[in-house]
Write a protein that binds this ligand. Sequence first.
Ligand code: NCD
Length: 311
Amino acid sequence: MALSIRHLLGLEGVPGEDITTILDTAATFREILKRPIPKVPTLRGKTVVNLFYEPSTRTRISFELAEKRLSADSVNFSTSTSSVKKGETLRDTIRNIEAMNIDMVVVRHKASGVPLFLTQCVNAAVINAGDGMHEHPTQALLDMMTIRDHYGSFEHLKVAILGDIAHSRVARSNIYGLKRLGAKVRLCGPQTLMPLHIEQLGVEISHDLEDTLAWADVVNVLRIQLERQNKGLFPSVREYRAEFGLTRARVAKAKKDLLILHPGPMNRGLEIDSDVADSQQAVILDQVTNGVAVRMAVLYLLSGNEGKVED
Ligand code: NCD
């Protein structure tokens, strides 16, 4: 039942058995979350710090809720990066973590590599909640849980990841996790939003959305990261939607049971139309529900608690 990893920095290199263990454990926790009192004493006595150096709504709330449901003690350390010099902040933070005897750290930072850096400085188990354009492993795990609920397994499943791949840590973690469990992954979007050499990860690349939708069993629609778009990587929002927006008309021509995911937050009317986002095929709110269960599973499995899920 134990994982082979001590920290969750990304899904790159994580064995398939570990991913499956996390998804199976999350399924158990999801049952607990349906109870009238959705709380277990599993992490009583453990202390978790949530370090969010970047804006976040659902990921932060989801981790906080997961910690509360497991009866962990948690503290939140949010800071606005704009006013603080990064080096100073991190050093201060590390000192705090050491002084407070924290068991686990959940960290989000705009700079790739900060979670790895933390593992070199503190004894606590580190969970990456999104670092720069690198990885966002718990998001990919909750995406995978949602996909597995519908298709049962990943073997030969065709998953398209649509849109702003270049800026997306979600895409990278999805690629590693899905490929590890046997899915076929195709990236679709404008050439300017594809990272260089990404095909080396064993993914297909397409610039034709209609063809991709005819191929795919699942489409994971990424947010156009307008805050990172200062380089004129596509001509206009209108043009992007015309070429790559997930519209009702396009979904109508896709496979009938195409499953639609979006990690949120959505730009409705840009990468995804409102009626598509709210349709039966979209499982966007299931993803959010699964997010709490997945984070409970990761916290539990990395906590070093040998006990059962329920004491
Ligand atoms: C993602 C993130 O922050 O990387 N969102 C999330 O965690 N739910 C994707 C995004 O910001 O578009």
